[in-house]
Design a protein. Structure first.
Length: 117
């Protein structure tokens, strides 16, 4: 199982970024997918999650209305569209997949998002 994030970078407040996570080595639609983030000195927190068929999504209150999670099971990808970025969105963003059959969690290596003027 491998999850590889991409799309991080430096953006000004109010800007947008689109993160992608590509999965390989597993049956993609068996997994609930999530994005987490971890800012310096803080615990890792859940940002958004999406059900296996994409029909159910959940967001942290801090990103509701600004971030959108989506998935393409045919392409084995999950994306996080981030709009109206704020300084406090600065963090390393991680993709996580949970296998619904055994509850095993798999993590990507993370991608840095820095919001700064």
């Amino acid at each position: 199982v491998q999850l590889v994030e991409s799309g991080g970078g430096l953006v000004q407040p109010g800007g947008s970024l689109r993160l992608s996570c590509a999965g390989s080595g597993f049956t993609f639609n068996r997994f609930i997918l999530s994005w987490y983030r971890q800012a310096p000195g803080k615990e890792r927190e859940l940002v958004a999650s999406i059900s296996r068929d994409g029909g159910i999504t959940n967001y942290a209150d801090s990103v509701k209305g600004r971030f959108t999670i989506s998935r393409d099971n045919a392409k084995n990808t999950v994306t996080l569209q981030m709009n109206s970025l704020k300084l406090e969105d600065t963090a390393v963003y991680y993709c996580k997949g949970r296998d619904i059959y055994n509850s095993a969690d798999y993590w990507g290596q993370g991608t840095q998002v820095t919001v700064s003027s």
